[in-house]
Design a protein around this ligand. Structure first.
Ligand code: ASP
Ligand code: MG
Length: 538
């Protein structure tokens, strides 16, 4: 049996849902599948907004409500066959009536309790799973099951703790008796022992899928999303980044902690314990391989990915009063914990003269006043300085289980950064060496990530940027030669020649990515007016 989970963007509209149904259909040809779906893209946000608006007695909550309703009605109109349209639409309308009543309740009471919020925010998955199950039924033997009847949690309504004993029993019993090829279930939602609605927290549908996969001893958990796997770095910042074919659970967890939002980290726990592989796949490019996460990845590269966190502040406390005095770090961390502040990274020099912690920027003010309060007496006696605050920072990190078996990786990391003038403000490397992190200026983050990516993942090819002035007989031949020999030079001499500037007496053009040498004539004709000064300034 396989468990397939589809995220919000995979089910955002009728077209996407058609793709999902195709994927499900194919998977069900060979075995039984459980299909877990998120809410239609953006629905959960809109529901939470609607509830918040209603609770502040703002009648514009109805606008959000109507948007959500329209999105769902559209899918029903587009994808459900005529013979069943009325039946499906009736059920959807009933669910929306309940939702409207709940929102109206918040509006009249001017409040939203955690219980009500959990109930309201779960409507997205209730609706999406029901509608999708009806679409899947058109071409498959399929059944719908409400996850609330299977997943039992604690009484905390948001991010509730799963009671695995009851939940696993429920799942095993239900699926043993269920003979359908496809079962469609909502992600994210669950309920307490006594039947009150709860959620597993934002992004929790992955977790739902993992719970089912583990309970049912599935062969594989497939997470279908809108990217082709976990990437070596964030592809929107590092253009050369590529999907990692295989990676370990720990590495995946480390990378997702650092913002590779492909999977929700708690997801891994239940499947890791059972050693069930997770495959990340792209709903929109289903033939791409994706990323396989397992205990025994076939990938010996020491560095698997580079990740980063933005909006970081560094706080340093220092002073002679700290040297050799035990309990300073205890007091510091206790203070931060009491103020509910998440510590992202810690460093302390062995001189004990200072301790440095990285936190999220948004917590800065709270943290500074709490720490200064704790060390009030020492600060007054000048034994400790008031907290030193450095803002606008980012953390970049190398991630990989095998790093501990290799020498010189941190050397390579820091010298590559140094060569490219990226100033390092703090460094942390855990003894486990699964992660080497550096705190740098946010301004340098893009450069830093690209530098590290080049260092650890790209073939080292020398870039030569040429400015060519004059495209007469000689110039023309020269450009043709470069164009012709480029592949040869790359392969044999590890050299990439790019013509980035081109000029004749009338016109000039520039392109930092390299001018297309098959078409330069046309581009040049349409270029800017030639000017020797401007050409040289570049
Ligand atoms: N719909 C929920 C959310 O947006 C759960 C999920 O999509 O995983 O947080
Ligand atoms: Mg989601």
């Amino acid at each position: 049996m396989k468990v397939l989970k589809f995220g919000g963007s995979s089910v955002a509209n009728s077209n996407n849902i058609k793709k999902v149904v195709k994927i499900v259909h194919k998977a069900a040809e060979t075995e039984k599948v459980a299909v877990i779906v998120s809410a239609f893209g953006k629905t959960t946000n809109k529901l939470i907004e609607a509830a918040t608006l209603a609770a502040s007695n703002d009648s514009s909550y109805m606008k959000r409500f109507s948007e959500v309703k329209e999105q769902h009605d559209n899918v029903v109109q587009n994808l459900i066959t005529t013979d069943k349209k009325e039946q499906v639409q009736n059920r959807v309308t009933t669910l929306f009536k309940q939702l409207e009543t709940l929102l109206e309740g918040c509006f009249l009471l001017r409040e939203i309790t955690p219980k009500a919020m959990a109930t309201i925010s779960g409507f997205g998955e209730l609706l999406s799973s029901y509608i999708i199950s009806e679409v899947v039924k058109i071409s498959n033997k399929a059944v719908y099951k409400d996850s609330r009847e299977l997943i039992t949690t604690s009484n905390v309504f948001d991010k509730a703790q799963v009671n695995f004993k009851t939940t696993n029993n429920n799942c095993i019993t239900y699926f043993a008796e269920n003979n359908y090829k496809v079962t469609v279930l909502p992600g994210f939602i669950a309920q307490t022992e006594s039947g009150v609605a709860t959620t597993l927290g934002r992004g929790g549908s992955d977790y739902t899928a993992a719970i089912y996969a583990a309970a049912l001893d599935a062969d594989e958990l497939q997470i279908w999303t809108d990217v082709s796997g976990m990437y070596t770095a964030n592809p929107s910042i590092v253009r050369q980044a590529f999907p990692i074919a295989e990676i370990s659970y720990q590495e995946a967890m480390e990378l997702s902690h650092f913002g590779a939002k492909v999977i929700y980290p708690p997801t891994i726990q239940p499947v890791l314990e059972k050693n069930i592989p997770i495959v990340i796949k792209n709903t929109f490019e289903p033939y791409e391989e994706g990323t396989l996460i397992s205990n025994t990845p076939n990938n010996t590269a020491p560095v698997k990915g580079i990740s980063h966190i933005e909006n970081i502040t560094l706080l340093t406390i220092e002073g002679s009063g700290m040297v050799g005095v035990s309990g300073t770090s205890k007091r510091l961390f206790e203070t931060l914990s009491n103020a509910d502040i998440n510590v992202v990274l810690i460093t302390q020099a062995s001189s004990e003269h200072s301790i440095c912690v990285a936190i999220y920027e948004e917590d800065t003010d709270k943290a500074v006043s709490a720490i200064n309060k704790t060390f009030e007496v020492e600060i007054e006696r000048r034994k400790v300085k008031p907290v030193i605050v450095e803002k606008d920072l980012s953390i970049i990190a190398l991630v990989g289980d095998n790093m501990r078996n290799h020498q010189g990786l941190s050397g390579q990391m820091f010298s590559a950064l140094g060569k490219n003038n990226v100033n390092i403000r703090a460094i942390a490397q855990g003894a486990s060496q699964k992660n080497i992190s550096a705190v740098i200026d946010s301004m340098d983050a893009k450069k830093g990530l690209n530098t590290l990516h080049e260092q650890f993942f790209e073939e080292k090819i020398k870039q030569i940027n040429l400015f060519v002035s004059g495209v007469g007989n000689v110039g023309k031949k020269f450009l043709a030669q470069i164009n012709q020999q480029n592949d040869y030079l790359k392969e044999h001499l590890k050299m990439n020649i790019r013509v980035v500037g081109l000029s004749n007496s009338k016109k000039m053009i520039f392109n930092t990515e390299g001018i297309d040498l098959n078409n330069w004539g046309y581009a040049l004709e349409n270029g800017q007016k030639a000017s020797i000064e401007d050409f040289f300034i570049r």
